[in-house]
Design a protein around this ligand. Structure first.
Ligand SMILES: [Zn+2]
Length: 228
């Protein structure tokens, strides 16, 4: 049976924005991609429960990047479900120290926002293991591989299933239309990440923010890249 993808859309900033987590069901087991903010805890717990996810059948929590809207419940859910957390080492300091600018160049706005945008102490964690480009997730029940796609952060990663579903974290966004995220720490790296993705067999994209979309809709990104 092909994996079943459930989008868990969680509200942020009093409903002005939202963040997506993706719960993938493979037979009787699950893999969770990203975890929302700590303010979304009750909601994500409810959604997991509704889907039939319980301690013992959550194979893995995968983190696309270290920002707090993707990592806020990782430590909590790891404990509750007795599972493991995997992410790219390039963002490890963000979740261990609660410092959103760790391994990032930052910009004037992000420097002002820094005290408000890190994981609070109780939600910080050390991942159980790190994954690199090409890491095969079959051992966790998911026929997919990890694609390293730096740009939004150095440790940003995508997950590409054998069916062509790409979970892209915050490299791409579709809150209005499918585009390269305007919040980029390293634009050059982001462009290279897009070039890398273009060589792969991608059918649908599941972004960290906004609606999933077909990969073919990404014409804007190509135009953006030419301008830079
Ligand atoms: Zn985000």
């Amino acid at each position: 049976m092909p994996p079943e993808i459930r989008t868990i859309k969680l509200k942020m900033f009093a409903g002005l924005a939202s963040v997506n987590c993706y719960l993938i069901k493979i037979n009787a087991n699950f893999v969770l991609i990203d975890t929302g903010t700590s303010g979304n805890r009750g909601e994500i717990e409810n959604q997991l429960e509704k889907a039939g996810c319980k301690p013992g059948n959550l194979n893995l929590i995968l983190i696309t990047h270290g920002d707090l809207d993707h990592t806020g419940n990782a430590a909590y859910l790891r404990d509750k479900y007795g599972t493991k957390i995997a992410m790219h080492q390039g963002d490890s300091g963000m979740v261990q120290k609660g410092d959103m600018l760790w391994n990032r160049k930052g910009n004037p706005i992000s420097k002002i926002m820094k005290p408000f945008m890190g994981l609070s102490k109780s939600n910080r964690f050390t991942p159980d293991f790190y994954v690199e480009d090409g890491y095969d997730l079959t051992n966790y029940g998911l026929n997919a591989q990890v694609i390293h796609i730096p740009g939004h952060s150095l440790g940003s990663l995508g997950i590409l299933t054998d069916q062509g579903d790409l979970f892209c974290g915050d490299l791409l966004i579709n809150t209005d239309k499918p585009v390269l995220n305007s919040i980029m720490d390293d634009k050059k790296a982001a462009n290279l990440s897009i070039e890398k993705l273009e060589k792969l067999n991608i059918v649908n994209v599941y972004p960290g923010h906004g609606e999933p979309f077909p990969w073919d809709f990404l014409t804007e990104v190509k135009e953006q890249r030419v301008e830079e």
